[in-house]
Design a protein. Sequence first.
Length: 256
Amino acid sequence: MPVRCRWGRFQDVDEAAHYEFICKQAGIKVSYCAEQFDNDESMLSNIVKNLKRVMAAEYSRELSQKVHAGSCRFARMGFQLGGRTMFGLQRVLVDEKLQQKKVLIKGDRKYLMTDHVRLRPGEINDRATIAWIFRRFTQLQSETAIARELNEKAVLSANGRGWNRAMVGRILRNENYLGNTVYNRRSRKLGGVSVYNPPEDWGARRSRPRTDCRSGSVPAGAKDHSGTSRRPVRGGNAAAASTITEEERVSQSLDH
């Protein structure tokens, strides 16, 4: 005799009744251990049982709405809400004051409710590869050709394997490389069908990062992640214009 507090918080309350009916047909009696009624097939127990099923479904629906609203709010604040980290990006753990605590590696998770995760440009070689991909696409207009060239140059992807057309396409279409965080483009709530949401329903934060992963450029006077200071060129000084960062040097080396 199974003892249950509920079958589940089903949005269709008849689904729970269906499972109980199957048990009855098999000669199994179901008892609800967390409820203050006996499942004795009386009118009162049937009324209370159905009421509890409706309450469980409503609780699940309200909880889903609250979690979704909170996730959209965090996305608008620029926080990462999970999912796979794209090539050339790093997950950074920050506290409630947005101070960096550590760089998260694969498998790491945040362990405090007040902590959050943000994305930032990754290692120099990876950033240079991203910049090269965007620059090369403006020349070739072919994701397949770019993947072929990366494999010929023995550049490994994020999973340590070779490149293909789909990988390059995901990079070219991902707004994270612009410094944007977009959430809720598509949703699937409470086990329903997956739907594409209109832009006004997206949880998005659009901003210009200090370093643009697509071009590897850094605003004049700022320092990039390699620590190289970039100053504006004055008076057409060719020597100053020829100064490049380590990231740009690596990116240019992929052209040869």
